[in-house]
Design a protein around this ligand. Structure first.
Ligand code: ASP
Length: 340
């Protein structure tokens, strides 16, 4: 396939991939990524698609990103949507799975690929994973009309809202334990088309659904967690929390803690049960320690990642839905984030 007629848009938000070594550690420096890219002959090869890079100002370490930055990325893609065949978001790895989980809710009507990638070692180092990840992402964005937000890293192409960061320093830093990879990067790049979501209707223009609601959070259970800690986190202005539970969705049957959860649920706080395990699904009916949570009004997050559940809840509250409707939609598959 000749890719020279294809156009790829690269949104460079920051992150290790384009950082420069500084006495204080790696820092994002304007212009540096493009300087590095000019020195890579493969990127200027005739076999490559044409691409444009939009460098964000400021470039950020992804640990500093907020939902406002997700909105900026989504609006950037919307603005350039008609002029390009595919989109790449260069992003730090630390919160990449959060952005990859949020964008599918924010970008409605996708018919083209949005590929998020980054690196553990920047382009400026002799030994790095940045070069491979970048070239692979550009090729995928140009060659395959995957109508999804994907995360491409190492040898895998993952559904964005199924991905989690699993390794702080390895090159295979991401996984989607509850959903098979959408593609494998080996001698060939193989896409598993049977897993890819259908494209939006041709008549539907891509549109951004803003995600402005940040009054959601995550609470991880641990042995000895007390009722007053739970009460505090459930105070206004919080609207919803992802409760990270044990195993298949269990928690302590401490009566005062359960009563805090129930009181909050009755007040309209949405509490979603996601497991602390990296793989598997919540089923609150299996144990008394799970069904007690269900009786307190906690709803199941099934096999959603915490990142996806958090983003989905923020998205639903941003649409001004009532808690009852948020609870209902949380348990329905909206963008491939949930196996049900
Ligand atoms: N701290 C960096 C970031 O997330 C790490 C990375 O890009 O790998 O921006």
């Amino acid at each position: 396939m000749n890719l020279s007629s294809k156009h790829v848009y690269i949104a460079y938000t920051g992150g290790t991939i384009g950082m420069k070594r500084d006495p204080a550690g790696y820092v994002p420096v304007p212009g540096h990524l493009q300087e590095q890219m000019q020195q890579i002959p493969e990127l200027n090869s005739h076999a490559m698609p044409s691409y444009d890079i939009h460098e964000y100002d400021p470039l950020q370490d992804s640990s500093n990103l907020t939902p406002d930055d997700w909105l900026r990325i989504a609006q950037d893609i919307e603005k350039h949507y008609d002029r390009y065949d595919g989109f790449i978001v260069l992003h730090g790895t630390d919160t990449m799975a959060y952005t990859a989980s949020a964008l599918p809710f924010m970008l409605k009507g996708l018919r083209k690929p949005v590929i998020i990638t980054g690196a553990q070692i920047p382009l400026c180092e002799i030994r790095n994973d940045a070069r491979e990840n970048l070239i692979t992402a550009i090729l995928i964005a140009a060659k395959f009309a995957i109508p999804e937000v994907c995360l491409c890293f190492g040898s895998q192409l993952l559904r964005g809202n199924r991905s989690i960061k699993i390794d702080a320093d390895g090159f295979e830093a991401f996984s989607s334990p509850n959903f098979p990879p959408l593609g494998r990067v080996g001698i060939e790049i193989k896409i598993h088309w049977d897993l890819i979501l259908p494209p939006a209707e041709k008549s539907e223009a891509v549109a951004v659904r803003p995600m402005r609601e940040s009054r959601v959070g995550v609470l991880r259970l641990f042995p000895g967690i007390s009722a007053d800690i739970v009460r505090n986190i459930l105070q206004p202005p919080i609207k919803g929390i992802v409760l990270e539970t044990y195993g298949i969705g269990n928690g302590p049957q401490d009566a005062s803690l359960i009563s805090e959860l129930k009181t909050a649920s009755d007040r309209g706080i949405v509490i979603v049960n996601c497991t602390q395990c990296i793989k598997g699904s919540v089923n609150m009916a299996d144990y008394a320690t799970g069904s007690t949570l269900a009786q307190a009004g906690v709803i199941s997050g099934f096999d959603m990642t915490v990142e996806a559940a958090l983003a989905k809840m923020a998205y639903l509250f941003s649409r001004n839905l009532e808690p009852r409707d948020v609870r209902m939609q949380m348990q329905v598959n909206l963008r491939g984030e949930l196996s049900r």
